[in-house]
Design a protein around this ligand. Structure first.
Ligand SMILES: [Zn+2]
Length: 91
């Protein structure tokens, strides 16, 4: 299991369930992702999520690199997934 840093100001990846349910047709918290920066693989529910007004910054629990950015605009949800090497979604 990846080391999870306890940095003040973040919640875990379960916070992504609501905003990403509009985009993905699966429970994103059950998916695992590989960090493109350090190669660690972890459940998204274990990621560090920093909530900002209208956005979520999702950071790797092992190296603190940004895995994903979720922007919630009035007319769309925008995702930057460039920090994820791959996403594993169990059936
Ligand atoms: Zn990492």
């Amino acid at each position: 299991m990846a080391t999870v840093h306890r940095v003040p100001g973040h919640v875990d990846g379960n916070a992504l369930a609501g905003p990403l349910s509009e985009v993905f047709d699966f429970d994103v918290t059950t998916a695992s992702a590989r960090c493109d920066a350090c190669g660690a693989t972890a459940m998204l529910a274990e990621a560090m999520v920093y909530e900002k007004p209208h956005s979520f910054i999702v950071r790797c629990g092992s190296c603190d690199a940004v895995l994903m950015v979720v922007l919630q605009r009035a007319d769309a949800t925008e995702l930057d997934l460039s920090g994820i090497a791959w996403l594993h979604v169990p059936r």
